[in-house]
Design a protein around this ligand. Structure first.
Ligand SMILES: [Zn+2]
Ligand SMILES: [Zn+2]
Length: 62
């Protein structure tokens, strides 16, 4: 995983959520079972009918 990849997400996937998924600092403040409010809000407003894929990575960076 690289920053360059986060800046160029696969077609149909959400750039903002990719940046969060690729950046350990973006979710560092979250607890193990907490969800990122920014990612939730993004999913609610930007992902529309659910065709966009939200990358989901295990919280291995905590
Ligand atoms: Zn998103
Ligand atoms: Zn996030």
């Amino acid at each position: 995983m690289s920053k360059a990849r986060a800046a160029n997400p696969p077609p149909g996937e959400c750039r903002q959520c990719w940046q969060h998924a690729e950046d350990p600092d973006a979710h560092r403040h979250l607890g193990f079972f907490e969800d990122c409010l920014e990612c939730i809000a993004c999913a609610a407003t930007n992902h529309g009918n659910g065709t966009k894929i939200v990358p989901k990575k295990p919280s291995i960076w905590i």
